[in-house]
Design a protein around this ligand. Structure first.
Ligand code: C5P
Length: 312
């Protein structure tokens, strides 16, 4: 008898940075009210899902040894959520999820959220669930504040705890250099540090995103650069003071702007052109202030099914 091996569904999901991250006060549910502008960058995780006897996860690539393989991994929860949505209560999520990481773990680039979004998209296809976009977004929001954006990609404003997305008009592509740190930062710890700093003083808060939104319609990186801002930066630098040197290295190398990405510790440098980005990446790399340097462009699409070789 011919044994047919079903091909895995492979989904690629992008990293994100926050061009604007204004953190409001702590809410009763433990989250902070946010106004943020996300941009998806051409740095990806790839998730390949195939049918199996039980739910399991394997991980390879960037920082893979730090990724949990059990139920604490967001992809595990994503699979259980999609199984429940698909009415597979008895069968459960019998799949193997192979994650190929290009996005650093605990780096402030929403790598875990990218994997969760990719899992939702892949299972929707594998099990032929035909979930509506609205259902996918709702499941994504249940999984984490950044997961809806990992689904949508592009450039978008996030409000609430970051999970409610509004469209943003954006022209052109931007060129970035990303500096990965030696080690990661815990997102809750960074938010807590910001609360602590705000209790003991009054770090300046970001204003509205209006000017930045206007700059995005113009599409000129020189106009956008001075408008980038991140309220969490002071907290991530407080927890990892070496980031000051990384940020300075980016500016010294000729970047138009240097910011911490999300809760960090990845730093993002906006550059005037692709050529400038290559030069900045070489120069920052030579200073030895960070673990690895990558160039990326944004905006790019959200989680999408792709053709290609699955991770083993
Ligand atoms: O939503 P997500 O699970 O990604 O959030 C991780 C943690 O980051 C939360 O538990 C919370 O401590 C912090 N957070 C926050 N306010 C937000 C988003 C995240 O305080 N808007």
């Amino acid at each position: 008898m011919l044994h047919v091996v079903e091909e895995p569904i492979i989904v690629r999901a992008p990293a994100k940075i926050n061009l604007h991250l204004a953190v409001g006060d702590l809410r009763d549910d433990g989250y902070h009210e946010l106004t943020t502008v996300y941009q998806a960058l051409s740095l990806y995780d790839e998730v390949a899902i195939r049918k199996a006897d039980s739910l399991s996860i394997s991980v390879q690539g960037e920082g893979s040894s730090d990724v949990p393989l059990g139920s604490t991994n967001l992809v595990w929860r994503a699979a259980e959520l999609m199984a429940a949505h698909a009415g597979r209560a008895n069968k459960g999520a019998r799949v193997h999820i192979a994650i190929k990481k290009g996005i650093p773990v605990a780096g402030g680039l929403a790598g875990g959220s990218a994997d969760a979004a990719a899992t939702l998209v892949a299972l929707n296809e594998l099990w032929r669930v035909d979930a509506s976009r609205a259902d996918l977004v709702q499941m994504a929001a249940e999984l984490g504040s950044d997961v809806p954006f990992s689904l949508s990609g592009g450039t978008a404003m996030g409000v609430g705890r970051g999970e409610q997305l509004l469209p943003v008009l954006s022209r052109n592509s931007y060129h970035w250099v990303l500096a990965f740190a030696k080690g990661g930062l815990s997102t809750p710890a960074v938010y807590k540090e910001l609360d602590r700093l705000r209790e003991s003083g009054a770090p300046k808060r970001l204003g509205s995103a209006d000017d930045l939104m206007h700059a995005l319609t113009v599409g000129d990186p020189e106009v956008l650069a001075p408008l980038l801002g991140n309220d969490l930066q002071i907290a991530s630098v407080s927890l990892m003071p070496t980031l000051r040197r990384t940020l300075r290295a980016g500016s010294d190398a000729g970047a138009l702007a240097a910011i911490v990405s999300g809760s960090g510790p990845t730093c993002a440098f906006l550059c005037a052109s692709e050529e400038d980005a290559v030069n900045v990446s070489v120069e920052v790399s030579a200073t030895g202030v960070c673990r690895t340097v990558r160039t990326a462009r944004g905006p790019v699409h959200g989680a999408r099914v792709v053709q290609g070789d699955p991770p083993p």
